[in-house]
Ligand binder design. Structure first.
Ligand SMILES: [Zn+2]
Ligand SMILES: [Zn+2]
Ligand SMILES: [Zn+2]
Ligand SMILES: [Zn+2]
Ligand SMILES: [Zn+2]
Length: 459
């Protein structure tokens, strides 16, 4: 072992946590949200009035997106057709009773209470398009569907708000104040943090809720990559692949690329199998999941959490009081991407069966993996355990052809990470990364990255 390897690579947040337990806070202030434009909110939910000169449907017909008398059906969440009908300018002409219904009324007539008629009324032309998809094709004149949400923050944040309420801090920088809220999910952002100069006039979707092909917002049923979590319009996928074999609605195990599929299966194959490093040392990758992991895995994950708790005085989220380390290790899921820890793996280095070092890793796609928490037990420090674990992990990430590994380093651990080959990201790099990827990061930490050269194995 080289001299440098003998140096302490025991990390990181712990020292700072003892001095300043608040540094893990993911925001600065506790404040309350208030939705501003209630009016546009209300308008949006009102059923479409078929006597209005321009209805949602007449707009689609006038824009040549659908043909008059085109067949449609209302499908439930399982994709089963509940009612069939035809599109007219005045509404949907029901096959069963020949009455004309507005979209909301047709949804009710179909016996559904989803309150998302456009997302569940599908064109019966084999295209897999919903009326929502059709709306996307209509140009900027589709004022009927426009809605801007904006939250103003003041007073006390009401902690009883469920995960469906708009977020109270910016998903990019973690601060509060004036935020714009996504049309589709609870994520909120500063205008400047998403590169906007003013509140957009139309519907606004956050980067995570935009189609990976056309960049427009995605509503309702869509294709979501199991690995990178990117969303795609089914119509865009169909046009891209130019074949009849395109993605079908609500398919669970779908991947947007070969790279995403390889990463997913590569990690699954690694998961749960201890890999020996030496006679006494081995490391294991475990999927962070409380639901279906077996008893031994759960015991190891609990031991990993104990190490985190030993090293970090507190890892509680300032707003929710939730234990972030626990949520990451047990893969807590949320509709709010900032606190959705789906996809995390816990990496455990064991010496003679004792957990020595633990880290949490999430591979987003072929470009980015993150390593937000790493800790070595006090009793195992100053022996290069962390370096060993990071080295092993990097080897695997290279095999999976992941381009870079990023992590939030507390200032006092920066030198340690620099020795492991990480370097401070520029502000520009960091903001473009945080705009495109939802990464776990903490106030007061420095975003670092390491570029991983992929090994091109001959095959
Ligand atoms: Zn009917
Ligand atoms: Zn921000
Ligand atoms: Zn969103
Ligand atoms: Zn699209
Ligand atoms: Zn993907």
């Amino acid at each position: 072992m080289t001299g440098s390897k003998r140096r302490s690579t025991a990390l990181l947040l712990c020292q700072d946590q003892h001095q300043n337990p608040s540094s893990i806070r993911t925001g600065k202030n506790v404040k309350l949200l208030k939705k501003l434009n209630k009016k546009s909110d209300g308008d949006h939910k009102k059923p479409n009035n078929p006597r209005k000169p321009r209805t949602a449907l007449s707009l689609l017909i006038d824009s040549n997106v659908v043909l008059p008398m085109a067949k449609v059906y209302y499908q439930n969440k399982a994709g089963v057709s509940l009612k069939k009908g035809r599109i007219t300018r005045d509404g949907i002409l029901c096959d069963c009773c020949l009455n004309s219904f507005g979209l909301t009324a047709f949804e009710t007539h179909a016996g559904s209470t989803n309150h998302r008629p456009a997302a569940f009324i599908m064109l019966d032309d084999g295209s897999g398009r919903s009326l929502s998809d059709c709306h996307k094709q209509v140009d900027g004149s589709s004022t009927n569907f426009k809605k801007v949400s904006k939250v103003q923050i003041n007073g006390q944040y009401n902690s009883s708000c469920g995960s469906e309420s708009p977020d109270h801090v910016c998903s990019v920088c973690g601060d509060g104040e004036e935020l714009i809220v996504c049309q589709q999910c609870p994520a909120a952002f500063h205008l400047k943090c998403v590169g906007l100069k003013q509140v957009p006039k139309g519907l606004w979707f956050c980067p995570s809720c935009c189609c990976g092909i056309c960049g427009n917002g995605v509503e309702g049923c869509c294709a979501t990559c199991r690995q990178c979590d990117r969303k795609f319009h089914s119509i865009c996928l169909k046009m891209k692949t130019k074949s009849s074999e395109y993605w079908k609605n609500c398919q669970v195990n779908w991947f947007c690329s070969q790279s995403c599929e390889n990463i997913f299966s590569g990690l699954e194959n690694l998961s749960g199998n201890p890999i020996p490093i030496s006679v006494d040392l081995s490391w294991t990758l475990l999927r962070s999941n409380n639901g279906d992991s077996d008893h031994d895995d759960k015991k190891k994950l609990s031991a990993a959490l104990d190490v985190m708790h030993e090293c970090f005085e507190t890892s509680k989220d300032f707003y929710t009081g939730r234990d972030v380390a626990k949520d990451v290790i047990f893969g807590r899921e949320s509709k709010l991407k900032r606190v959705d820890f789906k996809g995390f793996y816990t990496v455990i280095l064991e010496e003679k069966g004792d957990v020595a070092t633990v880290a949490t890793v999430r591979v987003h796609d072929g470009k980015v993996a993150e390593l937000p928490l790493a800790a070595t037990r006090f009793s195992h420090r100053r022996r290069g355990m962390c370096r060993m674990l990071v080295d092993e992990l990097e080897k695997q990430l290279r095999e999976l052809r992941v381009e870079r590994l990023v992590l939030p380093a507390v200032p006092s651990a920066l030198e340690t990470w620099t020795k492991l080959g990480f370097s401070k990201m520029t502000d520009e790099d960091k903001s473009s990364l945080l705009l495109n990827y939802t990464l776990l990061h903490f106030q007061g930490t420095i975003m670092c990255q390491k570029l991983l050269k992929t090994t091109h194995s001959p095959c």
